[in-house]
Design a protein around this ligand. Structure first.
Ligand code: GAR
Length: 208
């Protein structure tokens, strides 16, 4: 069984969706750790309620980002974490961290990347007036919102949508898409070829 850690800064609805997927048996993994960098974030209460080990790691308690990340890595190693899941973790991991867990850090972003990168993906798409936006799950690389894409799903912006209604639609898609992408990775069904990710489905009968 793989050990996974979630890194989050906010409400934790994606964290909750992943915890639910594990409980239901859709994901066969051990949610060993939540790392949160924001005191009082709702995700901390959710993790405690679910009985999941929780660490509050504040950047300002460390002299450098390097020291901050080294401490997180130490905890990840202690828990023998195989896969790191960023779920609204509003910090950019340094290239050193990414190299340490290359191919084993996932992120979810609330737009169809490479459009609307950054911290306000939903609002930026809404304000721009695009008719179609969506959700992206991708592997992390050294650049922001840039790594190879595992899954994407579109969300249509209707004329009567408000920012709030769009946020709801995006989150609903996120909560289904993230567990699916995590499952593909855990089941070894993902092959990374440069920027491209190939998803292997069940092996079928060989064709003649
Ligand atoms: C999610 O919408 C996620 O896509 C977004 O933060 C939200 C966290 O919500 N992440 C980013 O914008 C990353 N650039 P949650 O705390 O309820 O899971």
């Amino acid at each position: 069984m793989h050990n996974i850690a979630v890194l989050a800064s906010g409400n934790g609805t994606n964290f909750a969706a992943i915890a639910r997927a594990i409980k239901k048996g859709f994901l066969k993994a051990n949610l060993a750790l939540l790392v949160c960098d924001v005191p009082g974030a709702l995700v901390i209460a959710r993790a405690k309620r679910a009985g999941i080990k929780t660490l509050l790691m504040q950047r300002r308690e460390f002299a450098t980002t390097n020291d901050f990340e080294a401490k997180i890595i130490q905890h990840l190693k202690e828990e023998k974490i195989d896969l790191i899941i960023l779920a609204g973790f509003m910090r950019i991991l340094s290239p050193g961290f990414v190299r340490e867990y290359k191919g084993r850090i996932l992120n979810i972003h609330p737009s169809l990347l490479p459009s609307f990168k950054g911290t306000h993906g939903i609002k930026d798409a809404f304000d721009y007036g695009v008719k179609i936006t969506g959700v992206t799950v991708h592997l992390i690389d050294e650049e922001l919102d840039h790594g190879p894409i595992i899954l994407q799903e579109k969300v249509r912006i209707e004329e009567n949508d408000t920012l709030e209604s769009l946020e709801k639609k995006i989150h609903k898609v996120e909560h289904a898409l993230y567990p699916k992408a995590i499952r593909l990775l855990l089941e070894g069904k993902i092959t990374v070829l440069g920027r491209k990710i190939m998803v292997t489905t069940q092996p079928g009968l060989p064709t003649r």
